[in-house]
Design a protein around this ligand. Structure first.
Ligand SMILES: C[S@@+](CC[C@H](N)C(=O)[O-])C[C@H]1O[C@@H](n2cnc3c(N)ncnc32)[C@H](O)[C@@H]1O
Length: 364
């Protein structure tokens, strides 16, 4: 089911449609009964829609509203009766299983009681969660590109919209791919996080080795690993039922604390060519984006492709994207650039948007 709404509009009726779509498609698909309750409730509630309309037009209102609420709970779940009542729906806060009742009444009461504290987060918050599990999709997609394989796995990476950049450290993780009697592993057995990924259809190819010689990011709103508020916002973006995801993020943050990446502040629609020029040229250069381009309009996405074409005048360039196809599926695309022009495009795979399964080689 394709979303039939304008995600940039802050007209309450349009925003209600976004919440309805999330209630019907997104939150069930990602296994959140709590957020399904919230979305269904907010869609019919004028006071909560007014709060959701305060979010920045480029941002998905449900994610930002829910993260603002969870951030306050992570900061102090004992701040009020409303907070204590709502905290029961967040196992990471309560330490208990989620109660079997609708979460919406407690959510509504909390939002109305704490609207003033939510306000600044609603107005500035970005849905810039970093889903480390997407590394399980980028490992075969980037690691087996012909130019990277020919260079024995050496690669210089530039990620568009990396958030805190956990997927720029993918070579440090452990991967286990399983499906239909096949198990593939990659990385040191003791490495953490361990990312488990279900194989659907043909098994993905894995690189023999991967040597990331540069880890660069270009991020509209970089996150400082040393800023506890910023890191709390990232944790707040994780949905209540996704307890494992929270643990994987914490393990990946520990990796990021020892493996540096250079994440520059900038807008990929304007600053990409200069960012590519900063990559070393003695290894294949790969630009990638995972679930970031949806925040960039069509003109901006065209500007990105044009910048990559120009940047390929100096040396060839590969671009790997993992984005929604607008029809409820996530597609992995590879675009090649050389001599100042686009030289090829292939669909590499389909995958779960959070990287929990991969269907390699399904073109179209
Ligand atoms: C949903 S997050 C995804 C983060 C990460 N790629 C992942 O897969 O977990 C999208 C990120 O893209 C960034 N972003 C959006 N538009 C951008 C732009 N024009 N230039 C650079 N970064 C951008 C956002 O700030 C955000 O951090």
């Amino acid at each position: 089911m394709a979303p039939a709404f304008d995600t940039y509009s802050r007209d309450p009726e349009d925003v209600a449609r976004v919440f309805r779509y999330f209630a019907e498609v997104e939150t069930p698909r990602l296994g959140s009964r709590v957020y399904t309750d919230y979305c269904a409730g907010v869609a019919e509630d004028a006071a909560l829609l007014e709060l959701a309309c305060r979010t920045m037009p480029s941002q998905p209102p449900p994610n930002v509203l829910f993260a603002a609420v969870k951030s306050l709970l992570l900061e102090d779940a004992g701040r009020s009766d409303e907070a204590r009542a709502l905290a029961r729906f967040y196992p990471v806060v309560s330490g208990e299983p989620i109660p079997d009742e609708s979460a919406f009444p407690a959510f509504r009461a909390f939002c109305l009681a704490h609207a003033a504290e939510l306000d600044p987060m609603l107005r500035t918050g970005r849905a810039q969660t970093c889903v480390v599990h997407r590394s399980a999709i980028m490992l075969p997609a980037i690691g087996t590109l012909p130019r990277v394989a020919a260079a024995q796995g050496r690669v210089a990476l530039l990620e568009i919209g990396p958030s805190i950049g956990l997927n720029l450290r993918l070579d440090a993780y452990r991967f286990v791919y399983e499906g239909d009697g096949t198990t593939l592993t990659w990385g040191a057995p003791e490495a953490r996080p361990q990312l488990d990924c279900e194989i659907r259809g043909p098994a993905p190819p894995l690189p023999e080795r991967l040597e990331i010689v540069a880890r660069h990011g270009l991020e509209l709103s970089p996150i400082d690993l040393d800023d506890p508020h910023a890191v709390r916002w990232l944790r707040a973006l994780i949905w209540p039922e996704h307890v494992l995801r929270g643990r994987l993020m914490d393990e990946a943050i520990a990796v990021a604390e020892r493996i540096p990446a250079e994440i520059a502040a900038g807008d990929a629609t304007k600053d990409l060519e200069a960012a590519v020029a900063r990559l070393p040229k003695d290894a294949p250069r790969v630009v990638f984006a995972t679930v970031a381009l949806y925040q960039i309009d069509d003109a901006g996405q065209r500007a990105i492709h044009e910048a990559l074409a120009r940047a390929s005048t100096a040396a060839p360039l590969d671009f790997v994207t993992m984005e929604s196809d607008g029809e409820g599926s996530t597609r992995i695309d590879h675009f090649a650039f050389e001599g100042g022009a686009a030289t090829g495009h292939a669909v590499l795979a389909r995958a779960d948007s959070h990287g929990r399964w991969i269907e390699w080689g399904r073109d179209g």
